[in-house]
Design a protein around this ligand. Structure first.
Ligand SMILES: NC(=O)c1ccc[n+]([C@@H]2O[C@H](COP(=O)([O-])OP(=O)(O)OC[C@H]3O[C@@H](n4cnc5c(N)ncnc54)[C@H](OP(=O)(O)O)[C@@H]3O)[C@@H](O)[C@H]2O)c1
Length: 333
C-alpha cells in the first residue's frame, strides 16, 4: 500500500522553555523507529493524554513526540513477517507518547514486540473504547484474582466511577460475576452507573469513614482511580485478605495510612502499571476483554468522539474531573 509523504499528527513539544501542542504535518521519517507501520483508524483520550497534551504533567521523556498512548488500525507495511499488510492491530501504553511517537496521527510506527493482533471478539473501534482505560481496569481484576480475589468474597468498590477506567471496571467486574459498587462525585450519573451494573452508588462527598487505622470492613476489594485520602480510607475498610488495586491519582498522589490493614487484616495493595505490562500478561488480559470480560455497554461508555483537530478541547475538562466515560478519537475509520 502506498502512503503519503506527509500526514497529519497532533504533536507535542515539551521543552524546558517551550511547551506547545497541535496539528503538524509529519513524515514517516519523523516517527520513532519500529517494524510495523499502521494506518491509524482510532485512538482514545486517557487522563495521561490530557496531562501530556496540556503540559500539566511531565509525561514526555523526549521531545517532540506525537501524542496518544493508544492506537488501533491496519498494517500498511511490516519488516517483521509476523505482521502482514491489512492486519488489524492495536497498541496501548508501551512508551507511546512517553518515549516514542504515539497514536494521534494518521500513521503510526510500532515496535512489533508491542503490536497486538486485534483479539477475537473486538473490532478496532471497540478496542479503542477500551484502550488503556479498559486494559487497566481488566489488569486490575487480573492481578486481584491472581492474589485470591473471588466473587464469593463479597462486593468490590470502584472509585472515580464515572471516569474511563471507573466505568469500564464496573462493567468488567459485573461480567466477571462480582457485585460492583461505585463511589463517585457525580451522583447525577447514578442511573448510568446502575445500568453498567453498579449495585450501590455512593457519593464521594458523603463518605463518612472514621479515621481509626481499622474501620468497619465494608468491601472485599477495591479498584481505586483516585489515590490520596480515598486510597488511605479504602485501606481501613477492606475485608480480611481483600485486594486494593491502586491504578490512579485523580485526587492526588499521596498515601497516608498505617500498616494495620496489612498486618491485622492481610489486605493487599496491588500496584497497577499498565504501560509497562509484560507481553504475555497483555495478551492474556486482551483475550479476556474480547471474550468473557467484554463490557456489555461499550457504546454507552463511549460518550464522545472527536477528530485530531478537536483534541485540545477535551483535555482540560478531563483534568478538572469533568470526565464522563470514554472519548474516542476518530482518525481515519
Ligand atoms: N496505572 C495505570 O496504568 C493507569 C492507566 C490508566 C489510567 N490511570 C489513572 O487512573 C485515573 C483514572 O484515569 P481515567 O482515564 O479513567 O481518567 P478520567 O476519565 O478523567 O476519570 C477520572 C475520574 O476520577 C474522579 N475524579 C476526578 N478528580 C477527582 C478528585 N479531585 N478527587 C476524587 N475523584 C476525582 C472522577 O470520577 P467521579 O466524579 O465519578 O468520582 C473522574 O471522572 C487517572 O489518575 C489516571 O492517571 C492509571
Amino acid at each position: 500500500m502506498t502512503m503519503p509523504d506527509n500526514f497529519r499528527a497532533f504533536r507535542i513539544h515539551a521543552d524546558r522553555e517551550d511547551y506547545r501542542a497541535g496539528i503538524e504535518d509529519v513524515s514517516l521519517d519523523d516517527l520513532s523507529p519500529g517494524e510495523v507501520v499502521v494506518r491509524t483508524a482510532w485512538s482514545s483520550v486517557n487522563y495521561k493524554d490530557a496531562l501530556a497534551g496540556t503540559g500539566k504533567g511531565r509525561i514526555l521523556r523526549r521531545s517532540p513526540l506525537v501524542g496518544g498512548i493508544d492506537v488501533a488500525g491496519h498494517v500498511v507495511a511490516s519488516t517483521d513477517p509476523a505482521f502482514r499488510e491489512g492486519d488489524a492491530v492495536l497498541c496501548t501504553g508501551c512508551g507511546l507518547s512517553e518515549t516514542r511517537d504515539g497514536g494521534y496521527a494518521e500513521y503510526a510506527r510500532l515496535e512489533s514486540r508491542w503490536a497486538l493482533p486485534l483479539p477475537a471478539g473486538l473490532d478496532l473501534r471497540e478496542a479503542m473504547i477500551l484502550g488503556t482505560a479498559g486494559f487497566t481496569a481488566a489488569l486490575s481484576l487480573h492481578r486481584m484474582e491472581q492474589n485470591g480475589q473471588t466473587p464469593e468474597m463479597g462486593p468490590v468498590v470502584v472509585t472515580g466511577a464515572t471516569g474511563g477506567v471507573g466505568m469500564l471496571a464496573i462493567d468488567i467486574l459485573t461480567r466477571a460475576g462480582y457485585e460492583a459498587h461505585a463511589i463517585t462525585g457525580k451522583m447525577d450519573r447514578l442511573d448510568f452507573l446502575k445500568l453498567l451494573g453498579a449495585r450501590q452508588v455512593i457519593s464521594r462527598r458523603e463518605l463518612h469513614w472514621g479515621q481509626r487505622p481499622l474501620e468497619t470492613a465494608t468491601w472485599a476489594g477495591a479498584i481505586d482511580n483516585v489515590g490520596d485520602e480515598m486510597l488511605a480510607g479504602l485501606t481501613r475498610v477492606i475485608q480480611p485478605y481483600g485486594n486494593i488495586a491502586s491504578c490512579g491519582l485523580a485526587g492526588g498522589h499521596s498515601l497516608a495510612t498505617t500498616v494495620m490493614p496489612f498486618i491485622i487484616r492481610g489486605v493487599s495493595l496491588l500496584g497497577i502499571a499498565s504501560a509497562g505490562t509484560a507481553r504475555h500478561i497483555r495478551d492474556a488480559v486482551w483475550q479476556r476483554l474480547g471474550s468473557d470480560w467484554k463490557p456489555a455497554n461499550l457504546d454507552g461508555i463511549c460518550t464522545k468522539t472527536v477528530t485530531l483537530d478537536e483534541l485540545g478541547g477535551v483535555f482540560d475538562t478531563m483534568l478538572d474531573g469533568g470526565s464522563f466515560g470514554r472519548t474516542l478519537v476518530q482518525v481515519a475509520a
